[in-house]
Write a protein that binds this ligand. Structure first.
Ligand SMILES: Cc1cc2nc3c(=O)[nH]c(=O)nc-3n(C[C@H](O)[C@H](O)[C@H](O)COP(=O)(O)O)c2cc1C
Length: 166
């Protein structure tokens, strides 16, 4: 059972996890979970927006390029191993849903699937995207994070719904 909630109820918990063991982005059908550690939550265009950064080398990148919607799933602390697997194995050659014994469910307001085990999930619609531009990126950030020049695509997801495990 999911209970709808708001941005401010989940803000701290979501950002703590993002900067800790990570959270999941789930895209595609069949769904593929990827662990992410970078993103933002805020207001743009008077809308609530979540941004996620996906490197073009990820299997998820192709899924996001053909998706309209995606979900962001915050797992309970005991799922550290799942986050490690989803952050090291690729959907190209591994069914991570099966390997991690996760249970995807159809979104309540979007085309995306979410993970039923999540304590919080966001349903998001892509309203904008752009590739990071090395011409305007701090050279120290480039040196530290992009030795292979695989600059992230930044996806802007308008938040259609936020839910907690009831
Ligand atoms: C804690 C953590 C955070 C990560 N953050 C990101 C991220 O923000 N963006 C990204 O593209 N990859 C990130 N990764 C790497 C991907 O999760 C990893 O390459 C994954 O295997 C890709 O899966 P896929 O090929 O199925 O898309 C992170 C990995 C970990 C462990």
């Amino acid at each position: 059972m999911r209970r709808e909630t708001d941005f401010f109820d989940v803000f701290r918990e979501t950002l703590d996890k993002l900067d800790g063991e990570g959270i999941l982005v789930v895209a595609g059908d069949p769904p593929n979970p990827i662990t992410i550690g970078w993103g933002t939550l805020g207001y743009i265009w008077h809308r609530q927006i979540i941004t996620v950064l996906i490197r073009p080398t990820r299997y998820t990148f192709g899924l996001m390029e053909s998706a309209r919607d995606f979900s962001v799933c915050v797992l309970p602390d005991r799922y550290a191993k799942t986050l490690a697997i989803c952050g090291t194995r690729s959907g190209r050659d591994t069914d991570k849903i099966k390997l991690c014994d996760l249970h995807p469910e159809k979104g309540l307001k979007s085309d995306s699937n979410f993970i039923a085990e999540s304590e919080i999930h966001f349903e998001c619609r892509i309203v904008h995207k752009h590739r990071l531009d090395p011409a305007t990126l701090d050279p120290a950030i480039i040196k530290r994070n992009y030795p292979l020049s695989d600059f992230h695509m930044v996806y802007y997801g308008e938040i259609l719904g936020i839910y907690r495990n009831a």
